[in-house]
Write a protein that binds this ligand. Structure first.
Ligand SMILES: [Mg+2]
Length: 177
């Protein structure tokens, strides 16, 4: 059961994931959580860094798709400044949003990675969909009220994960796994 919460990689920010490396690994699309992964939860303006990273992804022929549990209204507003496709109301930790995106882009589970800041939603959804995942640190240290409970549970799971696995360390970039 504990393995459901285990991310494939741990990389502090999404921008550190090198589009060139993804391309070399045969990754065709990056699926990502929205709040506190791509942008702060309380602000919809992305940084220049984010825009540059998205452009670099597209240059390497890699699609970016937001997979969020938030409403259509909130997600569409948040991504309006960028050229990003999205799936809202994804019901993570269920795999349905990820599976929907795989079908939409006609990709198999080995051709994508899913990035997110929460074990309980993003990582579990990835594992349920048999997609490799990247855990990032939240863009903002504080969370929306509905995330606070998840963080509390997450802390307890972390203790168990660290006891069981000795390869859970933050790294600078993605590698073959
Ligand atoms: Mg999030």
């Amino acid at each position: 059961m504990l393995s459901k919460f285990k991310p494939t990689w741990m990389i502090p920010t999404i921008y550190q994931i090198s589009p060139l490396k993804l391309n070399q690994m045969g990754i065709k699309a990056v699926f990502t959580d929205l709040d506190n992964t791509l942008i702060p939860w309380n602000n919809t303006y992305g940084t220049t860094q984010l825009k540059n990273w998205i452009n670099a992804l597209y240059k390497h022929g890699i699609q970016l798709v937001v997979i969020s549990n938030n409403s259509h209204k909130r997600v569409s507003k948040a991504v309006q400044h960028f050229n990003i496709d999205y799936i809202s109301r994804a019901y993570k930790p269920l795999p349905s949003g990820i599976i929907k995106a795989l079908k939409k882009y006609n990709l198999d589970n080995k051709q994508v990675i899913m990035v997110g800041d929460q074990l309980l939603t993003d990582v579990v959804a990835s594992n349920n969909a048999k997609v490799r995942s990247v855990l990032v640190k939240p863009v903002l240290p504080s969370d929306a009220w509905n995330t606070k409970l998840n963080r509390y549970i997450e802390k307890k799971i972390w203790t168990k994960l660290l006891k069981k696995y000795n390869n859970l360390t933050w790294q600078e970039d993605i590698d073959e796994r």
